[in-house]
Write a protein that binds this ligand. Structure first.
Ligand SMILES: [Fe+2]
Length: 414
């Protein structure tokens, strides 16, 4: 039986709202595929990305495997051979198809996956009010929210491959407010407590809470914009090796990179197809290498994850800003808070905190085994389900990846 990989306690009083959150999250996942055909939902554009249909199925596998199979008396798997298709990376759950082959699953069809979802959602009902399962259910909700964001970014990448530039949603583009001149949140430095404080749900990688020493620093009060990125390009940013980390320069040259992902002339690809870029909106779909080069060009640097957390924990609403509320096109528009629009690169390697222990059982595979070669991102994006993230939340990607809504907030030494 897997133990939850979450931190902290979920109180009995919270189980009622947990049930509502479960149903809202399940419904939101399904609302995302309403504009998609079975063919759209089966596309896999690269190994890093998964088909929309696979996300819907994998999250359902998670509930069936870790909740229903373990805790619902007499539960029988919906299909005995489907776990092989929809286990992501849990070695403890046995063999599975290779990640790169997820786009070859024309069967089960999207309607069959949706029928499985309905059956699993119904079967979960008796478990939702069990206080002993609240931690595991909170983990399942958070897991499905993560896949909502991945579904959004993966389908964007898949539709981008089509020369017709198909829109997932029609409608009016959100307009960015004019970007204010860059200001700074100043911090005097000192010993800061970082990591999750144990109130409410958190992933295991957010703890244990511990002390870090911060030197005096400043964190920018807004994200870098498309217009500022245009200036970086115009100044030869992608041609100047002195701005780049060695691995980044190798990546720029090897891949022929000259702009953020999805950029072409003054346009960029969005969930609403090709659109004119708004120079006032935050730049997004950049790699860690690009963010670092821009910061060097701007005579600044990336923040450490603890600098970011010290500012966020003191004064910023984790549920504020431009985050994902309903099935509608996500797009960064800018704003004053630390959460929303884009995940923000830090210069921190994704490593375990002092005293971190991997939980026993399959769910212990959730985070810890990925602590190698990746960098931490903080905040939340326009595709993050509102309220999913928090000040201690640690997102992580490899430094060359940029299909997520990634952006840049500068920092500097005081
Ligand atoms: Fe997953």
């Amino acid at each position: 039986m897997p133990r939850t990989a979450s931190q902290g306690e979920t109180s009995k009083a919270a189980t009622g709202s947990l049930s509502a959150e479960f149903h809202a999250t399940r419904a939101l996942s399904e609302a995302l595929v309403a504009p998609l055909s079975d063919a759209d939902a089966s596309l896999q554009s690269m190994e890093d990305a998964s088909p929309a249909k696979w996300h819907l199925a994998h999250t359902t596998w998670f509930w069936e495997t870790f909740l229903l199979r373990e805790h619902a008396p007499g539960y029988r798997l919906y299909r005995e051979d489907w776990p092989f298709l929809f286990n992501s990376y849990y070695e403890a759950e046995g063999a599975r198809i290779s990640r790169a082959a997820r786009g070859l699953l024309s069967r089960p069809s999207l309607p069959e996956v949706l029928a499985w979802r309905a059956a699993v959602t119904d079967a979960m009902a008796p478990l939702l009010d069990d206080p002993n399962l609240a931690g595991l259910i909170a983990l399942g909700v958070a897991h499905e929210q993560q896949h909502i964001e991945l579904l959004l970014t993966d389908i964007k990448h898949a539709l981008f491959q089509n020369p017709l530039g198909p829109a997932m949603w029609d409608g009016t583009l959100l307009e960015a407010a004019p970007a204010e001149p860059l200001g700074w949140h100043n911090h005097p430095g000192g010993i800061a407590l970082v990591g999750h404080d144990g109130t409410g749900f958190a992933f295991d990688n957010e703890g244990p809470r511990h002390r870090v020493l911060l030197e005096p620093f400043a964190l920018a009060d807004r994200l870098i914009t498309n217009g500022e990125w245009d200036d970086f390009i115009a100044d030869g940013g992608y041609q100047n090796p002195r701005l780049w980390l060695a691995d980044g320069w190798g990546w720029v040259q090897g891949e022929g990179i000259s702009a953020p992902l999805y950029w072409q002339d003054n346009q960029h690809f969005t969930h609403q197809g090709w659109q004119t870029r708004d120079p006032a909106a935050p730049v997004t779909h950049i790699s860690h290498f690009e963010a670092d080069a821009f910061a060097t060009w701007a005579d600044a640097r990336l923040p450490t994850e603890f600098e970011w957390e010290a500012i966020a924990a003191a004064s910023h609403d984790r549920a504020g800003g431009n985050q994902f509320d309903s099935a509608a096109p996500p797009l960064p528009i800018g704003g004053p808070g630390l959460f929303g629009d884009c995940w923000q690169f830090t210069r921190s390697a994704y490593l375990p905190y002092p005293g971190f222990r991997v939980a026993e059982g399959a769910v212990g595979e959730y985070n810890g085994k990925f602590m190698s070669g990746q960098v931490v991102l903080r905040g939340a994006s326009c595709a993050t389900v509102r309220g999913h993230s928090r000040a201690s939340y640690r997102n992580f990607f490899y430094p060359n990846q940029r299909w997520q809504f990634t952006g840049l907030r500068l920092a500097k030494d005081a």
